[in-house]
Design a protein around this ligand. Structure first.
Ligand code: 13P
Ligand code: SF4
Length: 437
């Protein structure tokens, strides 16, 4: 792994991160990647326990995480051109029977086949809008496919082309740890359903969309709500109208950045570490808390630093720095703006004068925006090419495999949320959809 920072590079003309990594590995580019293994197909890593190469490779994968079986050899050995032709042919045969959703962080070679490109919230809505499709192929990660299953019709099959496409942040809060945390909080606050003189319960649980359906179900059962990075403030306002404090998981950074912007003092935002009694806090601190932050983070957004921002400002006077709110607080504070993937995209699209943008989010989206808006100079704050290792698991080989199986009448890799979890999880999502600023 390389650690030497590069001079912030020129705007790429080819948006493909795969091509860039391949040219680094071939010695044709002077850029650096966090792992040269990224140049080969993800099937080389799927059968091993771990998140594989990329930004989350150091994270500990939970023992129960789904594993992807071996991809048949014909898909592993096919050329890019052959895979693209096969995907196109399968899509043409399936017609309206299938809809392909692609997240902004997907590789270009997959996005090329998506019917919709968007953030997790927009893609969940796209699933809702296609009741006619028999199958929804979700090119994203596991929690997004679960959400699509919750919002789509029961007969529709939601397919995740590679089961190893999890999310290391979502995996940082498992349902047993969350239940255990709730029991400990009950000992501190008493009856969690009892309202005080102001009509507030002691704690409202709020989960980021990036969490398992089991966590969304927990939140739904306990009067809580889901949020995304684009509506986190509205959702926290909803929660503070009903509860004295919020338990926020799994992303400490989104929770802290949002609550801080609302004026909640840092001293009233203790962290909950699930491996420590009382989360590593104490009853006095918890009594005074407004937001209890689960000890989770995104390894992609944790790579961004205040030093990178200082370097961008020194090398590009007038640069506009936009980062995702999953970045640490110091980075958000040093940036000019922070917002969801869709916010970043819209901010760049709305710039009328040629502008230099330094962006703190996943590299696939940044490279695509750079190619889409050649009138601006757009680069990733992190000079090392290091994609999200779980988004990277979706490759055209897997997409061709699940589509050709559909043509042959077989549904592979279906993601189904069990009914006992689905009902309360849907309730938590519906509360989010109904929440208004
Ligand atoms: P969005 O909700 O913006 O799609 O982000 C998902 C994600 O994984 C961010 O890291
Ligand atoms: Fe999860 Fe981070 Fe990857 Fe998003 S970018 S899917 S939060 S690991």
């Amino acid at each position: 792994m390389s650690t030497t920072p590069l001079t912030l590079g020129p705007r790429p003309t080819d948006p493909s991160v795969d091509h860039e990594i391949q040219s680094i590995v071939a010695g044709a580019s002077t850029a650096e990647t966090c792992n040269t293994d990224l140049a080969s197909g993800p099937w080389n890593f799927d059968i091993r326990p771990g998140y594989g190469p990329g930004a989350s490779m150091g994270d500990v994968i939970p023992t129960g995480a789904p594993r992807q079986g071996e991809l048949p050899a014909e898909y592993r050995t096919a050329s890019d051109d052959e895979l693209h032709a096969r995907i196109r042919a399968a899509k043409a045969t399936l017609g309206e029977r299938v809809v392909i959703l692609g997240h902004f962080y997907q590789r270009e070679e997959v996005v090329a086949h998506a019917d919709y490109l968007g953030d997790s919230f927009q893609l969940a809505n796209a699933a809702l809008e296609h009741p006619e499709a028999e199958a929804i192929v979700f090119c994203g990660v596991h929690f997004m496919a679960e959400t699509a299953d919750l919002l789509s019709r029961p007969e529709q099959a939601v397919i995740l082309p590679n089961l190893a496409a999890g999310c290391s942040m979502a995996d940082m809060a498992d349902i047993d740890q969350v239940e255990e945390c709730w029991e400990q909080l009950e000992e501190v606050y008493g009856d969690m359903a009892a309202v005080d003189a102001d009509g507030l319960v002691p704690v409202i649980p709020v989960t980021y969309m990036n969490s398992s359906a089991a966590i969304k179900g927990f939140v739904g059962r306990h009067g809580g709500i889901v949020c995304t990075s684009s509506n986190a403030r509205t959702v926290l306002e909803w929660a503070f109208a009903r509860g004295r404090r919020v338990l926020f998981f799994p992303d400490q950074h989104l929770g802290r950045n949002t609550a801080k912007a609302m004026g909640v003092p840092l001293a009233q935002m203790p962290m909950w570490n699930p491996r420590k009694p009382l989360g590593g806090s104490d009853a006095g601190t918890l009594a005074d808390a407004r937001v209890i932050l689960w000890h989770g983070f995104c390894s992609v957004h944790r790579r961004f630093t205040v030093d990178q921002i200082a370097k961008a400002r020194a090398e590009h006077p007038g640069v506009r720095v936009i980062v995702h709110p999953e970045c640490p607080m110091e980075v958000v504070d040093a940036a000019d703006e922070a917002g969801s993937t869709d916010y970043i995209r819209k901010a760049i699209a709305a710039a009328t004068e040629p502008t230099t943008f330094a962006v703190g989010t996943e590299i696939n989206l940044v490279q695509r925006l750079a190619a889409e808006y050649p009138q601006h100079e757009i680069f990733c704050l992190d000079p090392v090419v290091c994609p999200c290792s779980t988004m990277y698991r979706i490759h055209p080989g897997y997409l061709a495999w699940v589509l050709e199986a559909l043509v042959a009448g077989t549904v592979l890799n279906r993601i189904t949320v069990p009914a006992d979890v689905a009902d309360p999880a849907r309730l938590a999502l519906e509360r989010m959809l109904a929440a208004r600023p």
